[in-house]
Design a protein. Structure first.
Length: 442
């Protein structure tokens, strides 16, 4: 039986042979060569000089991976804080692991890799956002996760720690969301997300629709908050897994009293992905999120979901491209999530936007810029404008119930593969998935 070090060594030299020089460095380190110029990766989260404030732990098959405790938002190469395209400090999940390349091992050599989504500006990351619109949230997003060996289980444990501070005690609204898809023709992975509110005075409560346990040890409130890929909650068409749940939780109160000790607004999230086979891949340009409303008072789910976003219940898309002119056309049909407040550009707020990412094309425009038109009594919403100096048009059409259609056309996606990822955000509603690319002749 091969040892763990031997398995890692073989993988590094295979990568070295294909031109990955970092693999040569790590392979040499395994052979015991002196590499004084290679800096050590600090794992002391208690002393990390970073603005992130939380901690992430990565487990493979239940084992805490070497290099799997992450808490620094500092780029080790430059010493500067890591900031994403929205200005948020983050932990880069693709730089953790034994060799700092996003591959995480258990104690037998089994591994899972968290990689960057092709053509995306931001890396796979975890970020905290305190007080955005009165809601504090913790998010893991933009991940392409693959089982190098399988079956295998990846667990991401996220903890906001003291980052969100103290708020008035009493009832606060908490929420959990998930949005992604299992790729491939026969997806078999299972996904379970367990978000929890933690408070020194009142203990903890899993965010779901179940009241907190009446007695210590009661298993009724252990989660998960959301799940998919099981016999009772199967994956949706296209391997999609989406969901959102909110719950009013007594934070900082004791003995059933509505107002008691101050509330320490701390949240945790456990994201468990059980891969059914080797090379199975999960795509999540959406996010795994857990959030809490800072203001005291029940029934604030709409305020929370406006910040976290409400994942589409279903999403199917296809793309056509004309390579000579580098044009693209996107067609999609999606159903809004059960907790969605609906789509209506006429009543959109100043921060509500329409966003589309396909290939190298990315845009975001105010949702209020969509015009409401009618055709034989049927309402639809249109936008026409210039994106980077080239024409772009999008049409959102209510079909039936909570189901909508989207058609968009523009330039500059540079689509060369047979599939691509399509990400859509419309106000508080969002969804993403892999789409087939059809190439139109000249």
């Amino acid at each position: 039986m091969k040892t763990r070090a031997r398995l890692i060594l073989e993988k590094r030299f295979r990568q070295w042979a294909t031109g990955k020089t970092l693999a040569a460095v790590s392979a040499a380190a395994l052979l015991g060569l002196a590499l004084s110029s290679q800096p050590a990766i600090a794992q002391d989260c208690l002393n990390a000089e970073a603005g992130y404030g939380g901690v992430v732990r990565v487990r493979v098959n239940g084992v805490l991976a070497e290099g799997g405790t992450l808490c620094s938002a500092v780029d080790p190469a430059t010493g500067f804080l890591l900031l994403d395209s929205h200005g948020k400090e983050y932990i880069d999940l693709s730089t953790g692991g034994s060799f700092g390349d996003g591959t995480y091992f258990d104690d037998t050599g089994a591994s899972i890799t968290i990689a960057r989504i092709p053509r995306r500006v931001d890396p796979p990351r975890v970020f905290l956002d305190k007080g955005n619109g009165g809601v504090s949230l913790m998010v893991a997003t933009d991940m392409l996760i693959s089982a190098d060996t399988g079956p295998a289980v990846l667990t991401l444990e996220l903890d906001s720690q003291d980052s969100f501070g103290i708020v008035p005690g009493g009832i606060h609204t908490y929420g959990v969301t998930m949005d992604g898809s299992v790729l491939g023709p026969n997806p078999g992975a299972q996904v379970a997300v367990t978000g929890a509110a933690l408070n020194a005075a009142s203990g903890s409560d899993v965010v779901n629709t179940i009241p907190p346990p009446a007695t210590e040890g009661d298993p009724s409130d252990q989660g998960p908050s959301l799940a998919a890929g099981t016999t009772t909650v199967p994956l949706k068409p296209g391997g999609l897994f989406t969901g959102a749940v909110v719950e009013d939780i007594n934070c900082g109160a004791t003995g059933g009293i509505d107002v008691g000790f101050p509330c320490r607004l701390q949240v945790m999230n456990s994201i468990e992905i059980s891969f059914s086979k080797q090379f199975e891949t999960v795509y999540t340009a959406g996010s795994f999120g857990v959030a809490a409303v800072e203001a005291e008072g029940p029934g604030r789910g709409a305020d929370l979901l406006k910040i976290t976003g409400v994942p589409f219940d279903t999403f199917n898309a296809a793309v056509a491209t004309q390579s000579l002119r580098n044009t693209f056309e996107v067609g999609a049909v999606f159903k809004l999530g059960p907790l969605s407040g609906g789509i209506n550009p006429a009543t959109a707020g100043p921060d509500d936007a329409f966003s589309l990412d396909v290939g190298d094309f990315s845009t975001s425009v105010p949702l209020k810029q969509f015009k409401t038109l009618t055709f034989f009594g049927h309402k639809f919403y249109t936008f026409e404008g210039l994106i980077t100096g080239r024409p772009f048009k999008a049409v959102i059409t209510p079909l039936f119930g909570k189901t909508f259609g989207l058609a968009a056309a523009g330039f500059g996606a540079n689509l060369t593969d047979t599939t691509t990822f399509v990400d859509v955000t419309i106000g508080a509603d969002k969804g993403a998935g892999q789409a087939k690319v059809v190439k139109i002749p000249r």
